[in-house]
Design a protein around this ligand. Structure first.
Ligand code: HEC
Length: 202
């Protein structure tokens, strides 16, 4: 195929997209096909996502922001037995596991947390994303009741603290189980976990 043909095909595709530019949802609906557990409800937005879906990542007014934040905070379910910390070794595997919820994944298998996709969590791991802040030495903040609750709520529903957060709602959206959340909590907060390796050996 010559270069002009390639270019004109590209332009045609560009025009087709531009025609839909005012309606991203229509493009998504036309292009996405439901398969296995990945169904069309994946593109339904909740009230907060609708409010945050603009270039500025902010909601229209303070009243709406307050209502959405309160709803996000009210969504958090704290551990029934009051114990927040599980096993950091299991937490490390969950944080590094990027499988789950795709049409090709086994819906009966446990989901991963994929934390490394956005966070640095271990000095020894070179492959990590930077969409979120580095969580190295997170344990430095201690294990007060306030820190345990903050961290739990943050992972359960990140929107409870940063309204238009881009982090997944691991508890609220049912991505991780309560036990998995505890294991990931231990990874962040246990002074002997690789996240806090520097603190221990200081
Ligand atoms: C798609 C990217 C993404 C993924 C995946 C992700 N995070 Fe985040 N995370 C963020 C972003 C962005 C922030 C900062 C903005 C905010 O607070 O929402 C953040 C903030 C945090 C914070 C608060 C940090 C602080 O300084 O108080 C914690 C704790 C956290 N993430 C833990 C996790 C854990 C544990 C996982 C895996 C189970 C995870 N994140 C997966 C994007 C992500």
């Amino acid at each position: 195929m010559n270069i002009l043909k390639v270019l004109s095909l590209g332009i045609a595709a560009g025009l087709a997209l531009a025609a839909h530019a005012d309606n991203t949802e229509a493009v998504l609906r036309e292009s996405m096909k439901p398969k296995n557990q990945a169904r069309m409800d994946r593109i339904e937005q909740n009230a907060l996502q609708t409010a945050c879906s603009n270039a500025a990542d902010t909601v229209a007014n303070d009243k709406q922001a307050r209502q959405l934040r309160e709803a996000a905070q009210a969504s958090v379910r704290y551990p029934a037995n009051g114990k927040y910390l599980g096993d950091w070794r299991r937490g490390q595997m969950i944080a590094a596991d990027g499988t789950g919820l795709q049409w090709s994944d086994d819906p009966k298998a446990a989901n991963g947390g994929n934390c490394y996709a956005c966070h640095q969590l271990d000095k020894q791991e070179m492959a990590y994303g930077t969409v979120g802040p580095s969580l190295l030495n997170y344990g430095q903040r201690g294990q007060s009741e306030a820190m345990l609750k903050y961290t739990w709520a943050k992972i359960w529903n990140p929107n409870a603290y940063v309204l238009c957060s881009h982090m997944p709602r691991f508890g609220d959206a049912g991505i991780l189980t309560e036990q998995q959340l505890k294991d990931v909590m231990a990874l962040l907060m246990d002074p002997t976990s690789p996240v806090n390796a520097e603190l221990v050996h200081e």
